[in-house]
Design a protein around this ligand. Structure first.
Ligand SMILES: [Zn+2]
Length: 448
């Protein structure tokens, strides 16, 4: 089948289907029409006229993964900021390199990151953009076919921040809102815009208050890093007079939908507060482990009812943009921290699918396979998962899928990966362009 002429109405038959993270798989069919799931079950009525049928015995179909936090601008920075704790990692490497981006290097970085994410089964991504040229990332998101939520990184303060990343607060917010006007709802609604203040240490109290007001007025969610390290908590207290969660509450940010990334070092009171607010947490265990930041108390946040998602963070601190790798690490770290079983594989798989969707405010559209939902789904080879019927499928996916790639990836019912290869782009060309752009970026940054 020519992917450019993909049918509007089609179905997969004879596959093993896992409709939602907490459920049991069944063997049957799933039918798609106009980008949405119209039916699924063990015994669908015969396909109507004009419905393309794909027989997939030996395939496992499940909801596409939600990649809850990435920095597509950092894909070119992979391997350039090794063995440093967060504060030095940002000041000495990431900020100067991010500041050296031009539209061409940003395009190459976003294109590579999106390609890697799609090839590893992420159908939805939440990206923290950068300070300048974030519209380039939005354009790449449209071209990729993925579902992407994005925001311009807001920075108007902070120690050691290069001038190119520091903006006058009024202008910064204006640009962030322009991005919303221009891109929200683009690509048939696949693109959405949020406000993305970087973290409490790089945004002034005045700008935080304006962000809270703009978010309320424009009904935009806020996506920010919070309480990643104990040093950040302490620096925030010195700078603003309280810890990050306390300050976000005081500035009015937590009154509206807020997606907090990391939340590694929270008190019991902070967890209780977040549970009462429309706040979600994106857990990035690979990034937290590499930077030595700590292990978030997922079980406590889950018990409190906070929506939880999983994210890789940028390639400069992860280095793989793989949700399955984060699932496995999250499960293993929680087992080490809490003892096995407190947060089982099904809960972890939920964070990567339905829970991630809820954290991003997209639970009505994605996160599970059900009639009416968007047809964002991925297909694995069953045999590669080595799953047997007496085993728990969530457990196989969480512990054994990190090295596997889905054979097929669909967003809005259209194929973006078939036979393990990108449909719309050539990975080798993307990698070659990324290497050229990276060399020029390093030259601009004075690295060579
Ligand atoms: Zn991040």
């Amino acid at each position: 089948m020519n992917p450019c002429a993909w049918p509007e109405r089609w179905r997969i038959e004879g596959a093993l289907i896992l409709a939602a993270a907490g459920g049991e798989p069944f063997r049957g069919a799933i039918e798609i029409a106009g980008g949405r799931i119209v039916a699924l079950g063990p015994a669908l009525p015969p396909a109507g006229e004009g419905v393309a049928r794909f027989s997939r015995p030996g395939a496992l179909v499940l909801p596409g993964f939600v990649q809850g936090h990435v920095h597509l601008c950092q894909t070119l920075l992979r391997g350039l900021a090794e063995d440093l704790p967060l504060e030095r990692w940002l000041r000495e490497r990431i900020w100067p390199l991010e500041a050296a981006h031009d539209p061409e290097s940003l395009r190459a970085s976003a294109r590579l990151g999106l390609a890697e994410a799609l090839l590893q089964g992420a159908t939805t991504l939440l990206d923290m953009g950068t300070v300048r040229h974030t519209e380039v990332i939005a354009a790449e998101a449209v071209a990729s076919g993925a579902r992407v939520r994005i925001g311009k990184a807001l920075m108007d303060a902070g120690d050691g921040v290069p001038a190119a990343l520091l903006e006058e607060p009024g202008r910064a917010l204006r640009e962030a809102l322009d991005l919303d006007r221009r891109w929200s709802g683009a690509a048939e609604g696949r693109i959405g815009v949020l406000l993305a203040p970087r973290f409490t240490l790089s945004v002034s109290a005045g700008l935080w208050r304006e962000i809270a007001a703009a978010a309320r007025e424009r009904r935009l969610a806020v996506h920010t890093h919070a309480s990643e390290t104990t040093a950040e908590n302490e620096a925030c207290r010195r700078l603003h007079g309280g810890r990050p969660i306390e300050m976000l509450e005081r500035w009015g940010v937590l009154a509206g939908p807020t997606i907090l990334v990391h939340a590694v070092h929270l008190t019991a009171e902070e967890i209780e507060l977040l549970a009462r607010r429309p706040a979600a947490v994106v857990h990035c265990p690979g990034s937290n482990a590499k930077l030595g930041s700590g292990i978030a108390d997922l079980a406590a946040m889950d018990r409190a009812g906070i929506p939880l998602a999983l994210g890789s963070d940028g390639a400069a601190c992860n280095d793989a943009l793989s949700v399955p790798a984060e699932m496995r690490l999250a499960a293993q770290l929680q087992s080490l921290r809490q003892g096995p079983g407190l947060l089982g594989a099904r809960r972890i798989l939920a964070m990567a699918t339905g829970g991630g969707a809820r954290a991003l405010g997209l639970e009505g559209e994605i996160g599970a396979l059900a009639p009416g939902k968007r047809a964002d789904l991925i297909v694995y080879d069953e045999v590669e998962l080595a799953w047997e019927e007496e085993a728990d499928i969530a457990s196989r996916l969480v512990y054994a899928s990190a090295g596997l790639r889905p054979r097929e990836v669909y967003v809005d019912g259209r194929p973006l990966v078939l036979e393990g290869r990108l449909v719309r782009a050539d990975l080798a060309a993307i990698r070659a362009a990324a290497a050229r752009a990276r060399a020029r970026l390093l030259a601009r940054a004075g690295w060579r």
